[in-house]
Design a protein around this ligand. Structure first.
Ligand code: BV8
Ligand code: ZN
Length: 248
């Protein structure tokens, strides 16, 4: 019995060997992590250029740290939702499955996903602005700004606007997308590049492209299937339909 998922969609997911997923803030929304561009989203109070870039940080490190500390505090209280958990389950079924996430919340890994490429870093890690080391133990310098043992100021280990993504990660993403049987893009407005280019490349490759979002995004027109609904509900429902016939 088909619950609104097309036969083609189900057939593609049952036949796939290689699956590539791109996720954005929307997949963590049902965990209670605010998204960026929703009316009550993270950017509604601040503009990205005010906070998520090096100039803003150097101009006012305390304000930027305050904003990141606020987000880290939220992450202490949340847990993965059924959307994250379904992707972790899918990874266990498919021979080749990888998630490229724009999220910095670490929830995919907490849900059990092992192959996760963090395109924009991870908010729970800190890096030194002087010696560039990842800092495990941070101590609080003047006005609460975390400092590196070398004396340099610590920053969140995330990719800010105008900064390069982790070396080689997009190139690997393009190779994975070019070889994929199915590409899924979940919970992203598709406005941030180069991350969103994984979806635009997928739409021009052999991969069958599936979007899950609560509303159409900048990527929807290029997708083969657009499933409108919260990923915490759509992903488990889709997997219940697909999984029984999977025999690897
Ligand atoms: C770079 C980390 C170059 C920090 C982030 C003009 C045109 C095109 C590009 C540019 C341009 N001007 C500048 C650029 C480049 C810029 C960019 O793309 N800007 C955009 C905004 C125009 N990109 C960069 O600067 C990148 N670097 O290009 O470097 C370079 C070249 C050479 C040398 C040096 C440098 C770096 C970009 C990374 C920025 N860092 N975050 C932090 O988190 O604090 S971006 C930030 O936005 C997050 O990472 C976030 O993940 C990302 C994307 O947002 P989304 O995840 O999509 O979240 P959003 O709220 O927008 O959407 C949520 C979606 O979920 C919605 O569609 C909603 O409907 C849906 N949803 C909600 N609930 C649910 C749901 N879906 C399903 N279920 C639900 N329950
Ligand atoms: Zn240092």
């Amino acid at each position: 019995m088909n619950t609104g998922f097309s036969d083609e969609l189900i057939r593609r997911l049952r036949a796939a060997q290689r699956v590539v997923v791109l996720t954005g803030a929307g997949i963590s929304a049902e965990s209670g992590v605010p998204t960026f561009r929703a009316p009550d989203g993270l950017w509604s109070k601040f503009k990205p250029e005010e906070l998520a870039n090096m100039e803003a940080f150097l101009r006012n490190p305390a304000l930027v740290w305050q904003w990141y500390q606020h987000r880290r505090d939220i992450l202490e209280t949340v847990k993965p939702n059924p959307g994250h958990e379904t992707l972790a389950e899918m990874e266990r079924h498919y021979p080749d499955f990888i998630i490229y996430t724009q999220n910095v919340d670490g929830l995919h890994q907490r849900a059990g996903s092992r192959r996760v490429a963090e395109l924009h870093g991870n908010i729970s890690r800190c890096r030194c602005t002087t010696c560039l080391q990842i800092i495990q133990e941070i101590d609080r310098g003047q006005d609460g700004i975390p400092m590196c043992p070398c004396g340099g100021m610590a920053r969140p280990d995330v990719v800010w606007f105008g900064e390069m993504l982790p070396e080689g990660m997009m190139e690997q993403g393009y190779r994975d997308v070019a070889a994929a049987d199915v590409f899924m893009v979940i919970g992203t407005s598709g406005v941030v590049y180069p991350a969103a280019s994984l979806a635009t490349l997928a739409s021009r490759s052999e991969a069958y492209c599936i979007e899950i979002n609560t509303e159409p995004s900048a990527l929807s027109d290029a997708m083969d299937a657009v499933l409108i609904g919260p990923s915490g509900e759509v992903l488990p429902a889709l997997w219940r339909e697909v999984a029984p016939q999977l025999h690897f």
